[in-house]
Design a protein around this ligand. Sequence first.
Ligand SMILES: Nc1ncnc2c1ncn2[C@@H]1O[C@H](COP(=O)(O)OP(=O)(O)OP(=O)(O)O)[C@@H](O)[C@H]1O
Ligand SMILES: [Mg+2]
Length: 659
Amino acid sequence: MTRKILVVDNHPMVLKLIANLLRKDGHEVRTAEDGLGALEILKSFVPDIIFVDLVMPNISGEKLCRIIRKMPNLQGVYLVILSAIAAEEELDFTALGADACIAKGSMTNLTRHIARVIELASLTGRQERSREILGLDEVATREITRELLSSRKHFEVILRNMSEGILEFAANKKIIFANPTAVTLVGVPEETLLGTEFTDIFGDHSLETVVALLKRPGEGARKISEEAPVLLNGRQVSLQFLPVVGDEGTSTIVLIHDVTKRKLAEEKIGEQNRFLTKLIESLPHPFFVVGAKNYEVLLANSSAQRHLAALDECLQEIGKGEPCKAPPPYEPFGRVLQDKDSCLMEYVVQGQDGQETTHEIHAHPIFDKKGKVTQIIEYRLDITERKKAEQALRDSKDELQKALDNLRIAQQVAIRQEKLASIGTLASGVAHEILNPLNIIGTLAQVMQLEKIPPSMRENLDEMLAQIKRATKITNNLRTFSHQHAFEVSMVDVHALFDKTAALLEHDLNLDNVQVERHYAPDLPRIEADEDQLAQVFLNLVSNARDAMLSGDKRIIIETRAKDGGVEIRFSDTGPGIGVDEIGKIFDPFFTTKDPGRGTGLGLWIVYSIIENHCGTIRVESEKGKGAQFVIFLPTHLQGREDCGLVEAKQGHSVGDNG
Ligand SMILES: Nc1ncnc2c1ncn2[C@@H]1O[C@H](COP(=O)(O)OP(=O)(O)OP(=O)(O)O)[C@@H](O)[C@H]1O
Ligand SMILES: [Mg+2]
């Protein structure tokens, strides 16, 4: 029976002999010298029997068998292995999908075994397979072959398990080897991949690059680097081409490295870096990073270069040698290194134009794995405006406080004026009603003194007269206060008036060892005033000071000066001063700290009303133990006096009205 037979053997002599033998028997025979050639033939020729040499260059017999068994149209073909190493390598040919195996021995034996196999295949087809290797007993074992086979196995194991893809293509660019990693990377079954042209495994995108590289002259190692990988089956790969010169001609081994993950990671890092750079750049404030050792600038945003003149100049110099040292101050860096913690401080920068700006400096440590500070981040906020605003706020708070104090004083003054006004009305009425009866009682008592009366009654009468005198004095004081006498204005020389008044008290003052110091302003203007009333003011103030100073240094100091359209008169003494509890009450009528019968408590009340009547002001400055000081201001002219005096004064009461 004529059969279609393919014989594959790299030994041309053997190939020729077998082919001739089979043709002589009338079979249709095709031959191939290697696996690649066989695969080419099998594209158009479907044989009944294939003889495959086991040891062949490029695609080995073993591999060819596996490929053939995976091809659907060759499932029925009877596959026979011709093994020259059957004695040295125990071969389980059925595992390769072969139906029989013949040990290559003498040509005579080989012819016999081939005939036997053809017979078997013709009779039963693939059902009948020989379990044994035909002719195995006719060949002898060669030690060197055994060793070579063993070392080849080692290499095969290594190649199979390498994480790098390894491909080999022949001089005609056809792929003749691919390890499992390469097969996975290309994404095509091994049987399809082997025999495919190497450049065909690349898509349009990378094809050009690979083709151009292969066309480049020179036999040295060619490379597609990890930095600029090509796309292979959707993955980014680097390629390294290693030329191999062997007996069968030149082939090329290609190492394929999958860098997809690395590239993605790099891209991600790059993206993060770009994000961080953008972030840092977008900060409106100066931001920079320095090394922890020499404070050299490692990174700075453009705001830092714009705002820190020293840094800008220095960074311009960068790359010209010396590293650029951070701008001062270095104290925050020192603190960060010492505390291993963030620090915040304010720093005043003197600009070239002499302008000062205040920076708020934030410094933060960056640690290495061992917890050592290796770098320091600094960013600055210009808080000059904020500082100014804070100061303005403080100032306005002070001003507000001052205004509040003034308001309080004005309120007290208003209350006092009100009080004085009503008391004035009352006093004027009372004084009016009391003085006449007092006069009558006094006159009658004096008449009675002239009469002959018992001595015990005379004593009573004397006491009566003393009390009448006292009552008359108080009533007259009340009258002074309520202006029941004429207000006579003249141009008064304050200094002369004071000297005249003090002279009245000179005797008493000398007795009490009280000195009077005068600090008169040279050109003090005369003022429009009622001289008697002003003398009353001086008298009351001098007697109060004298009464207060009981021991030690006893001095009364009067100071004058021209001020804002008037004169200021300061009365100070070296007495015990006035305590906080009393100071608010001293101008009140009948307030006195003197023993009963010694003071009326009307002195300062009268002083206050007189000053007020002169459109002036009076205030007291005193602390317990530090003397008392009364500050009086009196205007030079009294025009508009109606607007500042007491109600009674405005009404123009005079002495003549009291009757
Ligand atoms: N220079 C002063 N030093 C210390 N305390 C003073 C001084 N001047 C006045 N005072 C206090 O103010 C009070 C009221 O004084 P004011 O002149 O109104 O009445 P007085 O002196 O007590 O009585 P009078 O004036 O009728 O003698 C005094 O009792 C005293 O406590
Ligand atoms: Mg007094």
